[in-house]
Design a protein around this ligand. Sequence first.
Ligand code: ZN
Length: 461
Amino acid sequence: MKIYNTKTRSKEDFIPLEAGKLKLYACGPTVYNYFHIGNARAFIFFDVVRRYFEYLGYEVSYVQNITDIDDKIIEQAIAENKDFSQIAAYYADAFLEDSRRLGIKPPTVQPRATEVMQEIIALIKELEDKGFAYEVNGNVYFDTGVLDTYGSLSGKKIEEQLAGARVIENTEKKHPADFTLWKASKPGEPVWQSPWGEGRPGWHTECVVMSQQHLGRSFDIHGGGIDLVFPHHENENAQAMALSGKPLARYWMHNGFLNVDGDKMSKSLKNFFTARDILKEYPAEAIRFFFLSKHYRSPIDFSKELMTESHKAVQNLHSALALMDESAAPESTEHSEIQAIETKFRDGMNDDFNTAKAIASLFELASIIRNSKLETPLRQAAAKSLLELGSVLGFFQEELAPAETSLPDLSAYLIEMILRYRSEARANKDWALSDRIRDELKELGIEIKDSPEGTKWSINK
Ligand SMILES: [Zn+2]
């Protein structure tokens, strides 16, 4: 398997630290709001990474943190006239709920920053004792000048990085790149006791503690959105390097940006969508399909048109699956056609998680299922394979069916059923009936096209 490593800017062979085991960490949310669809892209993608390793037989430890103390949470608490812990608890629950509704499997561990405060303080103390941190007026900073590998993850010169970022003048720091490990408290802010006085930790340290606590000082894969490479991940890695001389993770994976109708998503442009907003209009599988139909490192452009297309595409897979009872497939029968498609699926996934290629294999299986000229055991085996491979991408989860209605959306299945009767009519040369079915479907806005491979349908808006 090849994985693109942000650190080396190249695809590398994946070799786990421990054979048969994957230790994966991906940055979770800072809980001060509902998460947006850009965040959803990262959460869904790393869920698929986890699912694929499990499909390959790995024992996966997947840690995703919840940042429940941060400037943004404090700001939101002031705006809503609540305690920071109420804000954090409310949006952490909303995060868990929305993740579940997106079909994201709960990570192995989901630690929260406020639960590991003593460990955070101990880590900062260790950095200070080793000469990598200094205290000024109750604030503790990481001394980037002491670590010669600083900048090795993001790869650019620190001056360049800082020129691109907004740097607030801070006269306490020795160097502009030095970052806060511990923040002295201002009046009215939540506080914890520490050797440097009352205060609270910096975000970069929280992630180091929560990942290392469950995965060890160095682990396999660290993931997150591309916007986290600098300074967040650079600063996480710097602390690990300072502590043990080992990088925090061997492979650093980052998913690309999300735009909306060609623009950067922002609240001021009124093109800002939370995952919760989108789940009101589209099922989770359509959202997953939309993200996974594009390579994770490419930027992705969100639009309602593409979402509607994605919705139709997953319905298409579902309607194919509904044609066969995949549980009836005999275990022992091997079909070389199916094995070849499964190999293509894995080849796609093994090539730095090319989920678009993997999805193409699902449609190949669907067309075998639909082809009534093929023998039933082969079509059943295709259905079994479609169910298994689709599940790797998080499709076909029973629990994703909307809870408020007892019946799923049956339209796609019903159209398939009507089309099967129409083919029977055609086989019996009953052209009058076959044409009547075509015309009546057309009146409902369903266009059908006959071809040598069978009849295809589409919704004509
Ligand atoms: Zn993080």
